[in-house]
Design a protein around this ligand. Structure first.
Ligand SMILES: [Zn+2]
Ligand SMILES: [Zn+2]
Length: 127
């Protein structure tokens, strides 16, 4: 009984170690490409052209052009420096795009989409 308990204890310790290790690797890798991108590119937001200095460099983020954080070519071709605001915007744009099924072809026709269409109908039904 106690042997089993010990084994379980050992396994979960091992798992914790693996998780910590993986997280550390990820952080190292992220720090690696961020540093490299900041060396490669001028400290300017690629969208709004806001300039950054050492003081506010935290607010300048490294965006992955193809949204694949594991795609880090050393020539920087998949990186774009963006301020926090533009980075957020870039990601919400990407999410919207995939929500409306860019690849599956189920596009929402914005010209005919009217959020008040039903409301109008309801009101005219009442009258
Ligand atoms: Zn910006
Ligand atoms: Zn990004």
């Amino acid at each position: 009984m106690s042997a089993m308990k010990n084994k379980k204890q050992f396994d979960s310790n091992k798992l914790d170690k693996v998780v910590v290790e993986a997280r550390k690797n990820r952080e190292n890798r992220e720090a690696g490409y961020r540093e490299r991108a900041l060396k490669l590119y001028p400290w300017v937001c690629g969208k709004c052209r806001r300039e950054f200095t050492r003081e506010n460099l935290r607010e300048l983020t490294v965006h992955h052009v193809d949204h694949d954080h594991d795609n880090n070519p050393l020539d920087g071709s998949n990186w774009e420096l963006l301020c926090l605001f533009c980075h957020d915007h870039e990601h919400s744009k990407y999410l919207e795009h995939s929500d409306f099924g860019g690849e599956s072809g189920n596009k929402v026709d914005e010209a005919t989409f009217s959020p008040f269409g039903d409301l109008k109908k309801m009101m005219s039904d009442k009258n």
